[in-house]
Design a protein around this ligand. Structure first.
Ligand code: NDP
Length: 263
């Protein structure tokens, strides 16, 4: 599966958590990769976003920085309003729910507060954001894509949820179960997988594609310096997979390489 070049046929992409890490790299790679979509909306929790993001936006006029704290409904509603003014009748083609946090906690140290905080950012927020952006996604989907009225993909409308292999219930068994005993993070990503699967059912009638993707283990603040992949390598592969998505991928949990992962 390949197709980062298909982003050229995608009018708009919105990325949450674009301040640093994978979100920032997605914005960077989209703007500089030679296949830039019409409009790139880089959202960051604070209007005072990172210097790197501001430098990118200063260089590439199709990057728009808009504030979005994913756990604040007021911030979500305000962001939708601003994005609506920007995109108008074109609607939003591709929403990437990337923002996430990693709260640690094993059986002894986990608390209800840690569980709830991680759930809010990683599983509840992508649902609330997708609900809020639905009118704009529908607008884009109703305009149809290059593949005809029943086609699905980023040229029409798509919701991409940044999940994790650590959210796989099936893989947390046997040898693999001895490491990463992080109740808040792991369960939040399992919940995100179910949120995404439920959304896929609800978005299908409008022709809006929805998937979950694992970015690999990546050297970011979250992934740490031991991770095997650079953000650039991970995002290059992710964009290639996302660009090539079609209706047959709808509702699936994919690796950054494009293979289907076990739930
Ligand atoms: P980072 O910790 O490097 O970056 C996280 C980003 O999310 C930051 O931009 C941060 O903003 C933003 N964010 C967190 N909370 C909020 C909020 N309430 N509102 C808005 N933005 C917020 O993580 P990565 O880039 O590594 O991870 C990106 C996604 O990929 C996450 O969902 C993560 O779970 C997933 N992932 C990452 C892996 C890895 O190896 N790196 C592996 C598997 C999955 P701010 O700068 O303001 O804090």
């Amino acid at each position: 599966m390949s197709g980062a070049g298909n982003f050229k046929n995608c009018g708009s992409v919105l990325v949450t958590g674009a301040n640093r890490g994978l979100g920032l790299q997605i914005v960077d790679s989209l703007a500089t990769g030679g296949f830039s979509p019409g409009t790139i909306i880089a959202t960051a929790r604070s209007a005072d976003s990172s210097q790197k993001l501001q430098e990118l936006a200063a260089k590439y006029p199709n990057i728009h920085i808009i504030s979005l704290d994913v756990v604040s409904q007021q911030s979500i509603d305000q962001c939708v309003e601003e994005v609506g003014k920007l995109l108008q009748d074109e609607g939003l083609n591709c929403l990437i729910n990337n923002a996430g946090i990693k709260m640690l906690g094993d059986f002894n140290t986990v608390t209800a507060e840690k569980m709830i905080e991680n759930f809010h950012t990683n599983a509840v927020a992508p649902l609330m954001i997708t609900k809020a952006f639905l009118p704009l996604l529908k607008k884009a989907a109703s305009r149809g894509g290059a593949g005809g009225p029943r086609s699905m993909g980023i040229q029409r409308a798509a919701v991409i949820n940044m999940s994790s292999l650590l959210g796989s219930v099936e893989l947390n068994w046997g040898e693999r179960a001895d490491t990463f005993k992080w109740y808040p993070y792991r369960t939040s990503k399992s919940a995100l997988n179910m949120v995404g699967r439920c959304m896929a059912v609800d978005l299908e009638p409008d022709g809006i594609l929805c998937i979950m993707i694992h970015p690999g283990w990546v050297r970011t603040d979250m992934g740490g310096s031991e991770a095997p992949l650079s953000a650039e390598e991970s995002v290059s592969s992710i964009l290639s997979v996302i660009g090539g998505l079609t209706e047959k991928d709808h509702g699936s949990f994919l690796n950054f390489t494009g293979e289907v992962l076990p739930w």
